[in-house]
Design a protein around this ligand. Structure first.
Ligand code: SF4
Ligand code: SF4
Length: 270
């Protein structure tokens, strides 16, 4: 497989064309295709916070256990924000840890990036319309024989066929944080803020402990119904975490600070 990757003409080409949901491309992939599984090795495969929850639950692992066994820290190139990516096996081809003889062993819960392939995706700020918009692009790798054969379809149809929209919706605010940091350029972010971003992005159990067992609730005012939800529901916890990150990283005031924090709180009369 290594030789195939290195062979002339098999390099990765990102087509510099911005695609919209209505753009069309031609692609098909199926288990009998001659290049089957070639795209599942030597990857920098970032995991979204929702990927982590879904794969962890599918494997019936605790978060720490999943992170230690299958991931490694990764710094996103443009934003310099720390997240985790899948740790490739230490074999000659650097294969994905979930690649089995019959294909992907976690196909039902495969990561967002795997679902998108051969498309890539990103977000940009439409300043005229004052909103964030998604964009897509085609990644052409020489070994992939599924490109330019099979059915012509729109990007949107492909996204739905891969079950992408319901997996993206819960992490939209997370993507916005990354995009905003990218747009700020090389600004220095305090080490502590990067650690907090990493915690929310990779480890919901640790973030929950942080909320309920540190001075967090002395400092931030969290409505009771939100507290009830985030105690047990990981997706609600993520949503809350993203709003909190926007508050501490960009001052967006989405999670209110208490008027009096412990250090300045008056002693209670007794
Ligand atoms: S998670 Fe599955 S689809 Fe994604 S790279 Fe690994 S084996 Fe391939
Ligand atoms: S290389 Fe392309 S066609 Fe081959 S298995 Fe991967 S995605 Fe499918």
């Amino acid at each position: 497989m290594e030789a195939i990757h290195r062979a002339k003409g098999f390099e990765k080409i990102v087509e510099p064309i911005r695609l919209t949901p209505e753009s069309k491309f031609v692609f098909q992939c199926y288990p009998g295709v001659p290049c089957f599984k070639l795209c599942c090795s030597e990857l920098h495969l970032p995991l979204t916070p929702y990927d982590i929850i879904r794969i962890r639950d599918y494997l019936k692992l605790g978060t720490e256990e999943f992170l230690i066994l299958y991931t490694e820290p990764f710094i996103l190139p443009k934003s310099s924000l720390p997240i985790v990516r899948l740790k490739m096996r230490d074999d000659k081809d650097k294969t994905c840890p979930f690649l089995g003889d019959g294909g992907c062993n976690i196909y039902e819960v495969r990561p967002l990036a795997c679902r998108y392939y051969p498309l890539g995706f990103g977000l940009f700020r439409n300043r005229d319309e004052k909103r964030n918009e998604e964009f897509y692009y085609l990644v052409k790798e020489g070994f992939c024989q599924g490109l330019d054969s099979g059915e012509e379809m729109t990007v949107e149809k492909y996204r739905y066929s891969q079950g992408i929209p319901p997996l993206e919706e819960p992490i939209f605010e997370w993507a916005e944080i990354i995009m905003k940091k990218e747009s700020l350029g090389p600004v220095e972010v305090p080490e502590k803020s990067l650690e907090l971003f990493f915690m929310v992005s990779s480890n919901p159990e640790r973030f929950r402990t942080f909320v309920f067992e540190s001075k967090f609730l002395d400092i931030f005012e969290v409505p009771q119904d939100t507290l009830e939800k985030i105690k047990t529901d990981d997706l609600s916890l993520l949503q809350f975490g993203f709003r909190w990150l926007k508050t501490i990283l960009f001052g967006e005031d989405l999670v209110k600070k208490r008027k009096e924090v412990p250090s300045i709180r008056k002693a209670k009369p007794f």
